[in-house]
Design a protein around this ligand. Structure first.
Ligand code: ADE
Ligand code: ZN
Length: 333
């Protein structure tokens, strides 16, 4: 069995607020003088039983309510980055949800300054590279997304792309076409959650209307052969999150997860952790449990690692360096 931590990889689908472990929620709540409605870390963790995406989002937004200061955002991000580095993640692209903070009166600057300081320290101390992707909450209005985009413009050089997350059903990509047009005109790359709970039509819209460089989740694309062919032909990556899909009942269990079929169809699929503090595992657990459930071969594991760099938003020279690190890791086994 391959030691997954020894294979260099990129993580491209992780919500920094979804890495907020109960221990850290309690520690930050205490230092900010905030009372939690759960008596203990164990009681909070025991509440992580989700029936669908919305049931998770309710708990997720409640947890991040304790984040108030720049140091809080720093502590959240650095804890994830350290843990990811220990799993062989050499490059990470972190989603953050500014509206979930600015709506509570936290300044955009507080959030982004804390996060960027953590990214800077990860590079200096862990040798990791990382980018930020700003997501719009799709269950809020397009006007709110546009105001968020405008608030982000002074920090343009610290954000590589914009994305779309939160409650998918009833909030199709088309709702945000104007916002994404403006984001691309301002120089941002674009991604979107699509085909998690929503239908293949939402993935088509993400491609055709939002011009996304990759699709987050996208597992329901497998229901539409013409869409699979489009994704394959254009090598549009999909950031797949197996343990998330099980926890949120997108798939019944890992053995029936479509990841292997996606690889068989020639799709550029990657493995990611989504909201690891809530879904029972970081990228290492997502790899090891998926490999076991789907009997993935050594070649498929290497393909997944290579796909993660191909799909990333780093420049070609760095991509080649990371891909060479995979070859080096395999050579010394
Ligand atoms: N926000 C955090 N995790 C998410 C997910 N899996 N889908 C949509 N929005 C999210
Ligand atoms: Zn996600």
């Amino acid at each position: 069995m391959t030691d997954i931590a020894r294979i260099p990889k990129a993580e491209l689908h992780v919500h920094v607020e979804g890495t907020f472990e109960p221990e850290l929620i309690f520690a930050i709540a205490a230092r900010n003088g905030i009372a939690l409605s759960y008596p203990s870390v164990e009681a909070l963790r025991a509440a992580y039983n989700f029936t669908d995406l919305q049931s998770f989002l309710n708990v997720y937004y409640a947890g991040m309510n304790v984040l108030r200061t720049q140091n809080d955002y720093y502590d959240l991000a650095i804890a994830y980055l350290k843990r990811a580095a220990s799993h062989g993640v050499v490059h990470a692209e972190l989603f953050f949800d500014p509206q979930a903070h600015t709506d509570r009166g936290i300044a955009f600057e507080t959030v982004i300054d804390g996060l960027t300081r953590a990214l800077h320290d990860a590079r200096a101390d862990l040798g990791m590279t990382a980018h930020l992707i700003m997501c719009f909450l799709r269950d809020q209005s397009a006007q709110s997304a546009m105001a968020t985009l405008e608030a982000a413009l002074p920090y343009r050089d610290r954000i590589v792309a914009v994305g779309l997350d939160s409650a998918e059903l009833g909030n199709p990509p088309s709702k945000f076409q104007t916002v994404f047009d403006r984001a691309r005109a301002e120089g941002f790359l674009t991604v979107a959650h699509a085909g998690e709970e929503g239908p293949p039509a939402y993935v088509w819209e993400a491609l055709d209307l939002l011009k996304v460089s990759r699709v987050d989740h996208g597992v329901r694309s497998m229901e539409d052969p013409a869409l699979v062919e489009r994704l394959r032909r254009q090598r549009i990556p999909l950031t797949v999150c197996p343990l998330s899909n099980v926890k949120l009942h997108v798939v019944p269990d890992l053995a029936r997860h479509p990841l292997k079929r996606m690889l068989d169809a020639g799709l550029v699929a990657t493995i990611n952790s989504d909201d690891p503090a809530y879904f029972g595992g970081y990228i290492d657990a997502n790899f090891t449990q998926t490999i076991a459930a789907l009997n993935l071969t050594q070649d498929e594991i290497v393909t997944l690692a290579r796909n993660s760099f191909e799909a990333s938003f780093i420049d070609d020279a760095l991509k080649q360096r990371y891909l060479a690190q995979i070859d080096d890791a395999l050579a010394v086994r």
